[in-house]
Design a protein around this ligand. Structure first.
Ligand code: ADP
Ligand code: MG
Length: 489
């Protein structure tokens, strides 16, 4: 192919809206964390969106999504893949089964096709090609596509797989079809039929490789490579998969052009060097007692603190950070701990800058020291000797949990994170259940039962709309950012 001889086509359709564009780097980072820890590789990725309205979709597509299908929120992969693909980028989207990958490519595909020149009389489609590993999957994608095409006469779609009636497929293809969903084997068969008069790749400008891991497991790599070679090199190509084995990775590097890779990483959000645990108290009054006993078990703290000076560098240094929800609680807990013989350094926004700095310096300098602080104050804090994080007041978002626990186990170090929950802190129970995942099995069974019950109460409440979690399901992440901005102003 000589690109200069090829008919030009458009693939950039996305305009980042004002509120999406003006997010700071930190806000984008935090939002991605909220979106089940979206990890991006590649240059110039557009910011994630949190509302369908930020995508500039046609009225009919918007109607379909928000009215007919009643999809309230974008899933994390959709939040990031939709703006990326609509910008014309090649994208690798990795996200678990059931996370809404189909729409992530289907909406941009439809947008793309609608912007291309119609098929001329006698010209052969398709414009968009979707490859899937099995007949069932191809059929499923086809049905989803048909739903979105609706009554639009500009668009047409056909599903071509082995094992289904070839004559019928040929009859439809003769009319000139814009979107073709196929298994790789059948697509190659069709290309060779009638010397390419029925189907050819001349007009193909958008390719989807869906369920790529399964396509590879089933040995379709040579066919896909052959197909890709027959399509113009400046095509847009996106690849979706639930897993991303190395074999697939090297293939993707070969066939995609400057791809953005977008990975949703929900189960692996918390640093795996952190040993997570929790205590569910029976009442709020019991909470302080639990804190005391945890601190006392952190043996070095109580008595040795006073005699500790920085010159005894032989001794190990195991620092603790305690997170509380507000300045008031911070002051209160500090008083109580001091009364119980602990030396405490505390920082919160209510303290003078100089005092904050000097407390932080002391915390760093003195071995086995304890820092008490509000969550906001701890952002970016990097003290490698922190071996224990105690979350005294329940965190409200995944991002907060990842941030606070992330104050320990810096670099290659190991660390512990303990959350102390009151019985009504069910949102936190839900977050913990998700974040701890398999680590839950190592916890005392009675405690786990309590936590799961609280978590379930929250989950049920989310299903019937009673509760909401700031996880990125539903623009909540962005709402948070908005309110933070307002606070600053
Ligand atoms: P995947 O390809 O990642 O396995 P699908 O694209 O098949 O997932 O989507 C799984 C299900 O979720 C489908 O029934 C789909 O209609 C539905 N779905 C997709 N996006 C959303 C959304 N934003 N909100 C609610 N449901 C959705
Ligand atoms: Mg799928």
């Amino acid at each position: 192919y000589n690109i200069s001889e090829l008919e030009p086509f458009q693939k950039q359709f996305y305009v980042e809206q004002e509120d999406v564009r003006k997010m700071t780097t930190e806000q984008v980072e935090e939002l991605r964390l909220d979106l089940d820890n979206l990890i991006i590789k590649g240059k110039d990725c557009p910011n994630p969106v949190t509302r369908w309205s930020q995508l500039g979709l046609s009225t009919s597509l918007m109607n379909m999504i928000t009215n007919s299908l009643n999809f309230k929120q974008l899933t994390p992969i959709q939040s990031q893949a939709l703006p990326a693909i609509m910008s014309g980028r090649d994208v690798i989207g990795i996200s678990k089964t059931g996370s809404g990958k189909t729409i992530s490519y289907l909406l941009p595909l439809i947008r793309h096709i609608k912007a291309q020149r119609n098929l001329a009389p006698g010209e052969t489609g398709p414009l968009g090609l979707i490859l899937a590993p099995t007949r069932e999957l191809a059929q499923q994608i086809y049905e989803e596509t048909i739903k979105f095409i609706g009554k639009d006469k500009d668009l047409s779609c056909v599903c071509c797989t082995g094992g289904s009636e070839l004559k019928e497929q040929i009859r439809i293809l003769k009319r000139g079809v814009k979107i073709l969903v196929a298994t790789p084997g059948r697509f190659i068969d069709l290309l060779t039929l009638n010397m390419g008069k029925l189907v050819n790749t001349r007009r193909v400008t958008f390719v989807v490789i869906d369920e790529a891991d399964r396509l590879f497991d089933m040995g379709f790599e040579p066919q896909i490579t052959q197909i890709m070679k027959s399509i113009r090199p400046d095509k847009q190509c996106v690849l979706f998969s639930a897993t991303f084995p190395n074999k697939l990775r090297s293939f993707a590097v070969r066939v995609l052009h400057k791809p953005l890779s977008i990975t949703v990483n929900s189960s692996n959000m918390v640093n795996e060097n952190i040993e997570q645990s929790f205590v569910v108290c029976d009442s709020s009054t019991e909470k302080f007692g639990v804190l005391l006993s945890i601190l006392s078990n952190q043996t070095n703290n109580v008595t040795s603190n006073a005699q500790n000076d920085e010159s005894t560098d032989e001794q190990s240094d195991e620092k603790t950070i305690i997170f509380v929800a507000s300045q008031q609680i911070c002051d209160f807990v500090e008083k109580q701990l001091v009364r119980n013989g602990f030396e405490i350094f505390s920082i919160h926004a209510g303290k003078q800058y100089q005092e904050r700095i000097s407390n932080l310096e002391s915390f760093k300098k003195i071995k086995n020291s304890i820092l008490l602080c509000t969550e906001v104050m701890s952002r970016g804090l990097n003290v490698p000797e922190v071996s224990l994080v105690i979350i005294y007041n329940a965190i409200k978002t995944f991002a907060q949990y990842v941030h606070t626990t992330g104050r320990t186990a810096r670099g290659v170090n190991h660390g512990k994170a303990i959350s102390i929950l009151e019985p009504d802190e069910i949102a936190a129970a839900y977050i913990l259940t998700k974040a701890m995942h398999k680590q839950l099995d190592t916890q005392p069974i009675q405690q786990v039962t309590k936590l799961r019950a609280m978590s379930k109460e929250f989950e049920d409440g989310m299903k019937n709309g009673k509760y909401m979690l700031s996880t990125g399901f539903g623009g909540k992440g962005l709402d948070n950012l908005d309110s933070k901005r307002e606070q600053k102003e």
